[in-house]
Write a protein that binds this ligand. Sequence first.
Ligand SMILES: C[S@@+](CC[C@H](N)C(=O)[O-])C[C@H]1O[C@@H](n2cnc3c(N)ncnc32)[C@H](O)[C@@H]1O
Length: 265
Amino acid sequence: MTTDTTYLLENRNLEAGQRFAALSALFDPVSLRQFDACGIAEGWRCWEVGAGGSALVQAVADRVGSTGHVLATDIDASWTQPAARGNVEIRIHDVADDPPPATSFDLVHARLVLVHVARRELAFRNMASVLKPGGWLVVEDADPALQPLSCIDVHGPEQELANRVRAGFRTLLSGRGADLSFGRKLPRMFHEAGLEDVTAEAYFPIRHPQCVPLEIATVRMLRKDLEDRGIVTSDEVEKHLENVRGGRLDLSQPPMISVRGRKPR
Ligand SMILES: C[S@@+](CC[C@H](N)C(=O)[O-])C[C@H]1O[C@@H](n2cnc3c(N)ncnc32)[C@H](O)[C@@H]1O
């Protein structure tokens, strides 16, 4: 029997754009804070891996200015295209299966990508291999096993249903080869790659307005799989979406672990 390790939340779905917008609103400030801590400046060359949407690519392009350059790659870059401009190149590229770009970078970043990639260690090595001396690698990934619940304060059937839907999502992710405890492994991977000045921290939204559109888009994207596998019924999905839209849930996301480290000079 073979395991399907293709990316679960395919970008060709209409809801992918809504997910990217919500992910940006939730996490771009966290990522930009990492880049600022690295000292991102005009003229830097950056590689945004598994870019997804366009907002973060645009923000990085603004920071590096016209003398800098941003390479944004993804296995499906349809939603990245609005970021196209003079100092941005958008390319279809698989971070594990394709050779890394034949150039070196001041900053390489991947957020919520490696957790989905079956050959994630190879992907990590590919990213680290193209750092300039003194260049920074920033990898941010969720660790759902640290905190798997959708609603951490369970006080009724609405929260129980929300947590069952989230558990089903995790089952689907695992079935595609995702490592649900990947985030915690990142600091060790940075050390083993010989990177210096390694710093790791976590951001854990417990109730954030953007968790609502993120949940709606994710559930709409996966409802067929969830129903076909008997994880939830169609009525339960409708009930859950009604609870989410009605603001009756404090929806959380798993901790996202952000790690940065730099190649020795
Ligand atoms: C959860 S989304 C995150 C998007 C964006 N980085 C963000 O944080 O908003 C994962 C992205 O990784 C891309 N992806 C998945 N597997 C990939 C691979 N092997 N190589 C490059 N990109 C990949 C997907 O197409 C998708 O755009």
